[in-house]
Design a protein around this ligand. Structure first.
Ligand code: KG4
Ligand code: ZN
Length: 327
């Protein structure tokens, strides 16, 4: 089965063609991130206008690279949410028009669940049930997955998402947007134990809270002299504390659910320190830890098409009344 995926939940416009839920024939992403960087964050109105301009071109490119004709598409899938309303609307409208013109079925896909599915595009030997952790700019969530049509939330952030905390800390430190890759770069080779930051406790042990560390960084910077070495240690110490909280809670979730497989996804998983520390700690605790390749960690449409293939075969259907789901 050939599935077309469309993803436009935030600043990117992605279209992908995936065969049988596993083989990526094309995966094109256009991003307006450079424009947003100037403003220190994504400006929804600019994002959706750029998506409207680029989506037809991205679709043509995806079809061309996949070497298929539009008539060969069996199913059109699209991110239904969560995301920015204007951005989601562009992708959903495009997908509906395409499904209608080709007379093909359409399926709306949850963005966060598709980040988890990205792992199945990279690793073909993953057995369910699994625990999954999604760490992105908008979400930090732990899931229990029996199969992809039965996903249960175990915990989530009570305030900032982890990527959002990276972005805000970078801003506090006078760096650009997105902050995650900049913090990672600054932290390289620095002392990650210089400052002890504690992630605040939460009522549910599997929930997260990152706003406390972000504020602690702010106060630390106010109190101390702002030397270059201190900034590097500060970035490394923040990164270390955030990653440790993610690892601790993910391993606890695996233990509670008696599960050996841990799937990790979302933009923050592009962080090489996170990947290394998760791999080490999981191994020590007898857990198999999986990450997608970097391009599949970031927002993309192949993960949408992959999950759509799976859910369609399980009997899930949408129709042309499909509307966005903001939460
Ligand atoms: O999943 P994603 O592409 O978009 C959302 O669905 O939110 O994630 C974007 C987030 C941003 O907050 C960005 O700062 C963070 O991922 N990020 C990183 C790194 N690369 C991207 N965070 C830490 N280290 C990185 N290398
Ligand atoms: Zn995302």
């Amino acid at each position: 089965m050939i599935v077309l995926g469309v993803e436009s939940s935030c600043d990117e416009t992605g279209v992908a063609v995936v065969r049988d839920g596993k083989e990526i024939l094309s995966n094109i992403v256009a991003s307006s991130l450079k424009i947003h960087s100037r403003h220190g964050g994504v400006i929804p109105e600019i994002a959706s206008r750029m998506q409207l301009e680029s989506i037809a071109g991205v679709f043509s490119e995806a079809i061309k690279i996949a070497k298929i004709k539009p008539e060969q598409i069996d199913l059109v899938s699209v991110t239904g949410g969560p995301g920015l309303p204007g951005s989601l609307l562009v992708g959903i409208s495009f997908a509906k028009a395409l499904a209608l013109s080709l007379n093909r079925p359409i399926l709306g896909i949850n963005h966060i669940h598709s980040h988890v599915y990205a792992n199945l595009l990279c690793h073909h030997n993953i057995k369910m049930p699994c625990v999954a952790l999604i760490v992105s700019g908008g979400h930090t969530t732990l899931f229990y997955i029996e199969d992809f049509s039965k996903i249960k939330t175990l915990g989530q952030t009570c305030d900032d998402a982890c990527g959002e905390a990276f972005d805000k800390v970078a801003k506090i430190m006078g760096m650009g947007y997105p902050g995650g890759p900049l913090i990672e770069k600054l932290a390289k080779g620095a002392n990650d134990r210089k400052i002890k930051f504690a992630c605040c406790g939460t009522d549910n042990e599997l929930d997260f809270s990152f706003s406390g560390i972000k504020t602690a960084v702010l106060y630390y910077l106010k109190d101390k002299k702002n030397g270059a070495k201190l900034k590097k240690d500060l970035a490394a110490s923040f990164q270390e504390s955030a990653i440790n909280a993610l690892i601790r809670k993910s391993l606890l979730a695996c233990k509670r659910k008696n599960v050996k497989n841990l799937l990790i996804g979302g933009g923050v998983v592009a962080n090489s320190c996170l990947r290394q520390k998760f791999a080490q700690s999981s191994k020590k605790n007898g857990i198999n830890c999986f990450f997608p390749t970097i391009n599949l960690c970031m927002d993309n449409a192949a993960m949408v098409a992959g999950l759509a293939d799976y859910l369609y075969k399980k009997g899930l259907r949408s129709n042309l009344n499909l509307s966005m789901e903001l939460n």
